[in-house]
Design a binder for this molecule. Structure first.
Ligand code: PLP
Length: 397
């Protein structure tokens, strides 16, 4: 296969048929400014040095690649390694992107930061970055998510951010994104919107991917150091798709390595019961990008459900849509119950409390260990830690 067709968006920000820039005309200058700033920063050694220093000394990178010996033995399948994004400052991979983008905001001279959040992790990561760089921060969050993730709301407020409840529609992530976009349209001169996943209009899917691709760059080096070879497969949960593309990106050209994304299977296969965009969704445009979207026959965006707020979104990052179309990546689902079971098993066997989002990736590994042999190596991305989910899990068990 010709690997040039993978991954790099074209000048219009398209990944094949997917991606693009479907936004009101008033946002185009801000997106163009962001893209220009990003390209300049990428080539600027002092920017890269500041980013590297923040990643090392503030975020805690590189994160370990940990051999999950007891889990591997228990499943009697491949050797399973966990990429420990749960050990990042603030408890998830989201901080990689928030720090990267706040440095871009600083470069653009913007003093006010806005963000949307679902699980609250991106809100916490962005409020943290804003505190660290002394910027004003407003986080939009659906009321339902605020109730599900009450502790994270308090954390953001403690960090000096204002959390604005979003009361429209399903009152979750999708509506929070709409509110953030609305805010940005009205104040692009002094405000940068830190979008939290590999989603939205170009250049966000590219920028977020690049900031998250440290995950895979580190993991590739670490697995070669530890085992002297490439893994058989990578497994990551897919909400918007940033932790997954972050892990996958450095391996895309290694065509022997399977790239496996796990979506939220929720409580059943019917529209409204899950958030499995590749298994029930179809092509459409949502919030600035063309991709796979869960929608009804009339193109109305469908309701979604997942036990984990971070996977509960009707669209998926456009680069995943392209990689899947090219046969490079594969997507499956794990149900709420399977994720809860995986959460419990990780605690008991490894002494690790995974986020419910990450538990979906572990759940796929548990259910599919048998398709691998003892010689196989699988890296599972532990995108975040589960302290935030304890209350919810206890209520379900
Ligand atoms: C937000 C979040 C996700 C889902 O977002 P992606 O962009 O798909 O990575 C997954 N895991 C954790 C811990 C999260 O906080």
């Amino acid at each position: 296969m010709n690997s040039a067709k993978y991954s790099t968006p074209d000048a219009e920000g398209r990944f094949g048929r997917y991606g693009g820039k479907f936004v009101p005309e008033t946002l185009i200058p801000a997106l163009d400014e962001l893209e220009k700033t990003y390209q300049e920063a990428k080539a600027d050694e002092s920017f890269q040095h500041e980013l590297d220093t923040m990643m090392a000394d503030y975020v805690g990178r590189p994160t370990p690649l940990y051999f999950a010996e007891r889990l591997s033995e228990h499943l009697n399948g491949p050797s399973i390694y966990l990429k420990r994004e749960d050990l990042c400052h603030t408890g998830a991979h989201k901080i990689n992107n928030s720090i990267g983008q706040i440095l871009l905001a600083k470069r653009m001279g913007k003093k006010r930061i806005i963000a949307e959040t679902g699980a609250g992790q991106h809100g916490v990561a962005t409020a943290t970055a804003a505190a660290r760089f002394g910027m004003e921060c407003v986080v939009y969050m659906g009321e339902v998510d605020m109730a599900r993730q009450a502790v994270n709301v308090k954390r953001m407020e403690m960090l000096g951010a204002e959390v604005r409840p979003v009361k429209a529609g399903q009152r979750t992530l999708k509506e929070a994104v709409s509110e953030a976009i609305r805010d940005w349209v009205s104040r692009t001169s002094d405000t940068h919107y830190i979008l939290g996943s590999a989603l939205g209009p170009h250049p966000f899917p590219m920028i977020v991917r690049d900031f998250q691709s440290r995950i895979g760059t580190e993991a590739r080096k670490q697995i070669i150091e530890k085992t002297d070879r490439l893994p058989t497969a990578l497994v990551a949960c897919v909400g918007g798709g940033s932790n997954a593309i972050g892990l996958f990106h450095a391996f895309i050209k290694d065509e022997s390595v399977r790239l496996i994304g796990v979506e939220a299977g929720g409580i059943g296969p019917a529209l409204g019961e899950h958030a499995a965009r590749f298994d029930g969704g179809r092509e459409g445009v949502l919030q600035g990008t063309r991709t796979f979207v869960l929608q009804d026959d009339n193109g109305q965006i469908a309701l979604t459900h997942s036990v984990s707020a971070g996977l509960d979104y009707a669209a998926v990052g456009p680069e995943h849509a392209l990689l899947r179309e090219l046969g490079r990546s594969e997507y499956y689902r794990a149900s709420d119950q399977e994720a809860l079971d995986a959460f419990v098993m990780m605690n008991k066997l490894e002494g690790i409390l995974p986020a419910l989002e990450s538990s979906h990736a572990v759940a796929w590994m548990i259910a599919n260990a048998k398709q691998f042999s003892k010689d196989d190596i699988v890296i599972v991305n532990l995108s975040g830690r589960g302290d935030k989910d304890m209350e919810q899990v206890l209520a379900k068990l």
